[in-house]
Design a protein around this ligand. Structure first.
Ligand code: PEP
Ligand code: MG
Length: 766
């Protein structure tokens, strides 16, 4: 390319810039591409300086990425906030900014270390692709008032030609930085609080670890000179690791009986595997340092898992990482056995399975921040059951928080602080202590739950893990209105056998001592993924082979579960079996038929079982609303799962944050559907409960009581507040209120009625 005069042809400039795209593809260096681009623009427009600034989402800053004319040492060091100086202003507004006498402008560009102060004319145009803001392109001149409309047009055209290449460059730089987290400079994260949604309440302050799925395991590179351990140390480290895993397993057997011993299966098998530990030992015998030997073989293992086409196999790479970290830690801290890596941390993750949560519990996880909406309802439910604070954040830059950074998460109000100041931490800790003390005091439930005008309301507990039963009993739950049996399945790495299931269910019946226990059959599929099942992917999993459909399609799994429930319920006075996601009478009859067949088989085998459980169903699909009278002739009881009822009634994925504003429990169709369902059940003399989240939401309680609901099943921690709320409401008022709501046509009308101060006062919610 030849140097041109100031008034160069714009056409030439654009053609040459188009060529730069090829240059990017063939070039190994992204920096070099950007450098050539600025040099070319400076040459064509005959300017004294030209620079490209790229926007870094992680730090919300513009960073100088390439320059000709400014001090080259400022590249990657000069950073401007969006809106700061004329570069930041142009970037934010997406409009060109032209200054002819910048030295007299109050808004100079903070160019202290880049000798920028000697320039007087500035022209800045944004680099963007549609709404995607990429950065800014700047040209400068020492002389005053140099740039005119022609230059503005030329630079804008250049910027738009360059935009997609520069965006690629930015992505590549980002990937490189992510691939080498330890050596690359980390972007600064916002100092103030970051907003997040709460999925499980709580408070935590701890160092952080970022947990990525299916990313090659970042195993430690140990320079040979730094490794002073021996083959004997290695063998000791393996023994210590096996010992620690056994201890953890014993701890789990107590805390989470339903997980039994299966959480660490992969770990134990690898410790026994000759091609894992054996190969490491042989490498050490050949002179390789033990730490390098462990890293090499583990890395090989992890990449084998990662290259497998099945997701559930790829997942095992995380087990390899976990095990390797334990071995390395035991090798390093020869005398400090028992210390685990990633212990007592806050975990930031973009995707987790329920079984991952358990492994995190094994490391005494303090809190979890899920980034980017990859959370399933079951991760939320499990975290609540395990009392782990869980926040859902939208900011992908959280995945870049460096290991060990102190993080405070307040999952009561939904805020995250990265590196909080001592004052912030102290303030939160004091508040947390006060809250705990208040919670202890308010836990007393006095007698039965009755409305203000004396009608009894039965409060029951939703149980996911057996460890929640003591709290449910302490808070006087009158029974278990929903036991989600999928949890023992979700948190294991293989199907539990009939005996294993029997033992879990038996504990539940025993602990509830004669009170009602409603066992819901397996509700998997959709977002409730059982990773070891390896089912074919579905385009619409929520509408696919899930829940009762899955059970009816896998008779051996269904029979095993039904047999285990019937046997465990032997002798129980009030045992109930409930089918999830029933869509028709036919489906209910088929499922009930199987229960009866199982009874026949158990009878023949001479085993003890409960021959008279109540058999009922969840009401979760809109298709049931108009056939309730027919269902009520067959089903012994109903329980409305409002979580799914709303999801299916309104076609809104309950775990998709992007559509969460459409998920409206107070939609007139939802309210009228609920009223019809309750009315049909009550007219037929059938028990009807609500067991979805709506049951504990105070704002919806008057409506539910108003349509005749007298059984509510909620997570145990909500029992005290629900007891209080019920006792403030008069049934007569609730009926009138429900009538009013049911006559309203639009969501916003219902919203207005719910927020009406007069109604709020009537129900003690002022
Ligand atoms: C529901 O759908 O409301 C329900 C209680 O079931 P789950 O949340 O387990 O789907
Ligand atoms: Mg459901």
């Amino acid at each position: 390319m030849q140097s041109r005069g100031k008034k160069t042809s714009h056409l030439d400039l654009l053609c040459d810039i188009g060529d730069l795209t090829d240059l990017l593809v063939s070039s190994m260096s992204v920096d070099n591409f950007l450098q050539r681009a600025v040099e070319m623009v400076a040459r064509y427009l005959d300017t004294d300086a030209c620079s490209i600034y790229l926007y870094d989402e992680a730090s919300a800053e513009l960073s100088l990425a390439a320059t000709t004319g400014l001090v080259s040492g400022a590249v990657n060091r000069l950073r401007l906030k969006a809106g700061e100086g004329i570069v930041g202003r142009c970037f934010q507004s997406l409009k060109p900014v032209c200054e002819g006498r910048a030295s007299s402008s109050p808004e100079t560009m903070l160019f202290g270390e880049t000798n920028g102060e000697r320039f007087n004319s500035f022209l800045v145009v944004p680099i963007h692709r549609g709404a995607v803001k990429i950065g800014a392109l700047v040209v400068e001149h020492v002389r005053e008032d140099v740039f005119e409309e022609t230059e503005i047009m030329a630079l804008r055209a250049a910027s738009s030609q360059l935009a997609s290449s520069i965006e690629n460059a930015r992505l590549i730089m980002q990937v490189n930085r992510d691939a080498a987290p330890s050596s690359a400079p980390r972007p600064d994260l916002p100092g103030g609080p970051i907003k997040a949604g709460t999925a499980s309440e709580g408070f935590a302050y701890a160092p952080v670890s970022v947990y990525r799925r299916n990313i090659p395991v970042p195993l430690t590179e140990v320079p040979p000179g730094d490794d002073h351990t021996t083959l004997e140390d290695f063998r000791r480290a393996i023994d210590a690791t096996a010992g620690q895993l056994q201890e953890l397993q014993a701890m789990f057997a107590k805390r989470l009986p339903e997980s039994a011993s299966l959480i660490f299966t992969t770990h134990f098998m690898m410790l026994k595997d000759e091609s894992f530990v054996g190969k490491m030992a042989r490498l050490i015998e050949e002179g390789v340092g033990p730490m390098s030997a462990v890293s090499q073989i583990s890395g090989h293992y992890a990449s084998l898992f990662l290259s497998n086409p099945h997701e559930y196999v790829r997942e095992k790479a995380n087990d390899v990482e976990d095990l390797t970290m334990r071995i390395l830690r035991n090798l390093k801290d020869r005398e400090r056995t028992g210390t685990q890596t990633r212990h007592r941390r806050i975990i930031i993750a973009d995707r987790l399975y329920p079984s991952d949560v358990l492994k995190l519990v094994a490391n005494d996880v303090q809190g979890i921040i899920m980034v980017g909406g990859g959370v399933t309802a079951h991760i939320s439910i499990l975290s609540r059951s395990l009392k782990i604070p869980l926040l859902l954040a939208d900011q992908p830059e959280l995945m870049n928080v460096p290991e060990d950074t102190p993080v405070l998460m307040d999952a009561y109000v939904g805020t995250i602080y990265i590196k909080p100041t001592a004052r912030v931490v102290k303030g939160f800790q004091t508040r947390e202590n006060t809250r705990r003390a208040a919670q202890q005091k308010s836990r007393h439930i006095r007698g039965e739950t009755k409305t203000r005008d004396g009608e009894k309301v039965q409060l029951m507990a939703n149980i996911n893990l057996l460890s929640e039963v003591p709290l449910a009993r302490e808070l006087k739950a009158q029974g278990v209105g929903l036991y989600r049996t999928e949890f023992p399945f979700l948190i294991r790495s293989a199907f539990p056998s009939e005996t294993e299931q029997y033992l879990v269910y038996r504990k539940l019946f025993d602990q509830m001592k004669g009170r009602t226990v409603t066992v819901r059959t397996l509700d998997v599929g959709g977002e409730k993924v059982i990773s070891y099942l390896d089912l074919p992917p579905e385009n619409n999993p929520e509408l696919g082979m899930r829940s009762i459909r899955f059970s009816l399609d896998h008779r051996e799994i269904f029979d095993t579960q039904i047999r285990a429930i019937l046997r465990a319920a032997s002798g129980a006075r009030a045992a109930r079996i409930m089918f999830p996601m029933i869509s028709s009478l036919d489906e209910f009859l088929e499922a009930r038929g199987i229960v009866r067949e199982c009874m026949g088989a158990l009878e023949k085998e001479g085993l003890d079982f409960n021959g008279k459980p109540a058999i009922g169903m969840m009401v979760e699909l809109p298709s049931l609303v108009d056939i309730m009278d027919d269902l009520a002739k067959e089903a012994d009881f109903f329980s409305i799962g409002t979580n799914d009822f709303i999801q299916y009634m309104l076609a809104v994925d309950r775990s998709n944050k992007r559509v969460s504003r459409y998920y409206a429990a107070h939609h007139p169709a939802v309210l009228r559907g609920l009223a019809k369902v309750a009315d049909a059940a009550l007219r037929s003399g059938r028990e009807i409960a609500v067991c979805g989240e709506m049951a504990h939401e105070t704002a919806h309680l008057p409506f539910l009581l108003g349509i005749g609901i007298r059984q509510l099943s909620v997570d145990p921690q909500f029992l005290p507040s629900l007891h209080e709320s019920v006792s403030r409401i008069r049934v007569a008022d609730a009926r009138e209120y429900a009538r009013e709501l049911l006559a309203l046509p639009a969501i916003r009308d219902v919203q207005a009625a719910m927020e009406d101060p007069a109604w709020k006062e009537t129900f003690g919610r002022a």
